[in-house]
Design a protein around this ligand. Sequence first.
Ligand SMILES: [Fe+2]
Ligand SMILES: [Fe+2]
Length: 671
Amino acid sequence: MPLIDNFKPRTLSLALALLAATAHNASAQEVALFPSGDPGLLTDPFLQNPSAKTVNVVWMTNFPGVEHKVLIDRSGGNSAAPAQPDSSIPRGTSPYRAETVKLERVFEDGASKLDNAPGEVMQRKVYRHEAVVSGLRAGEALQYWVQSRSVAGETFEAGPFRLQPLPAAGAPLQILLTSDQQERFNTLANYQKVAELFPELDAVFFAGDLANHPRRASEWFDNRRAAWESNPTASRPAFFPALQGTFENYVSTTPYTGGQILQNTPLFPAIANHEVSGRFRPNQVVEINGSPRSIAINDMFGDPQPRWYAEYRYDQAKDIVNPGGDPALREQWIRDNSNDFESYREIFTLPDDGPEGESYYTKTVGDVLLITMNVSRIWRTWNVGTKGKFSEHDYDLNNPEEWGFGEHIFTPFTDGSPQFDWLQGVMESEEFADSRYRVVMFHQSAHGLGDNSVPVLTDPQLSIDYIDEDGDTKTRRVLMPQNVALRKQVWLEQVEPLIGSITGVRYEYPIDQDYFRRDIEPMLQAAGVQLVLHGHSHVWTRAKAGDLHYLETSSVGNCFGAYWEQKDGTPWNGALRAAGSSFWNAVDAGDYDRRNYPRTGDPQDREPILPTLTNPMQEFGVTSGAVPFVCSNDISTFSILDTAMGIVRSFAFKVSDPGGDVLEFDRFSLD
Ligand SMILES: [Fe+2]
Ligand SMILES: [Fe+2]
């Protein structure tokens, strides 16, 4: 318990809030620019948001340039391109010009994996070029190139690659199901094997966690350290080099270069915890846990606060920060003081016909209706006494401006939210009724044996210990309404008066309030969704609830553990969730309800399914018996939705054995 001298008087708390509010208004323009170096392409082109006759081609450079275009080969009319691009075919003569914008929310700092990383947060110069290629026909692929010309007249080119519009209904499709790249070395091997085995993929469904820290440009484009040349398996490949197969341009000794996938195949991602960054205050010196600290990219990433709380603080600070009442300034202030997925939004072009823009969307790809939800929340430590899942830092108990608010959900998705209403509308749509396969994709582990399927997906329930006027210790349980618009008032009435006298803050996640299980799963089952694809726990695990399949196929770059109770009642490998965390001591002390946090198994008792064809954990010598998961830092997995067969196929291989076999280990039918 904290000492009495940690208390801050109520008036000081408000004063600090106002001071912080004015200071938080830094804009990207106030951050110094990171030198670009020689002009060049930062990515190969990648395909986005195809329609029946068009596809968007996007690429990035480190210079603004004077002309950027896509060249298409139409030498044989609309003749199909060969499966493997053929550079002997001449470029087209009617280019599509690209529009160029500069990314605003991409930076570098001392933790950037670059040999010339700067000492403080600096803005990275990244220019995004996008052209809409039109006049396409379903089922026909064309070769294309991109060209960017600098002011000095130098031309940079990439290609040839293959583009095509959306496939028509009935077309046999192969769709990669994956997630969680996050600069993991093993992902290079994974995407390389995917590209070798499935060179003509039709789409990539990516259930989030693309880069690790989305505001750090090098994690998207060009992580590179000279030291990796002599130790390539220590490499931390950036997102685009891994998924475009260009990593050998950065580390020439790498045994794997990734797969040439995004150049030829449209990417459909979902927003995850690693797409969201917290409060925007680069290079500001802030007192954190009693010590002054200059805020860097990783600090901002780990510092989201709920949007409703930023709105509450805005109401207090608006006369200072926005005396003219400009609505755009209000919105920017609230985002800068809560969280955003701005870097992701800047990089990708996604369907935006839902009520909250690109946050969640649907897309019909041939016979598949993809329903991408935004089910994501901040990840925090299991340890207590700090800014974690279950507590606030002892030092900041009376300073909510530095609270973490537990593992709060970024965008509400449960009953009463715009996202829930949208999902309901999708289920009732003609598009839904007409689709043969319905896939719901999002990030958070809503099922399974992974470490992050516990605590369940619910709002953290707040309890506050405080000392009342008589000097007695009391506890107030604050029931935050599910409707976020009403939370400001509850905070004002029930929490604000206690500030200065708080001695403990606890968050509980009741297992019977699992929003996904309670509100979403029954709706998906009733509507006839066949597959839920998610990620986040970096494990292969699947289950079935009624006719609804769950698949997490995120053991791509590493594994965060599999927690499975064997038939004899002992945990596999002795593995218990969050072993060694101080949380369990607090549970033993009676501070939290043990029943909410199962240490093995699916939190809602969905039975884990054994792989149907073979058992990679056994085949590759990790376990002696068959187990219903794949979890190893040397085994990488991926899954393919094959619409011709109506099945989902899963594959595994050993990363340390580049010449080894890729095992198909599981199949299940969606029909
Ligand atoms: Fe992840
Ligand atoms: Fe995640």
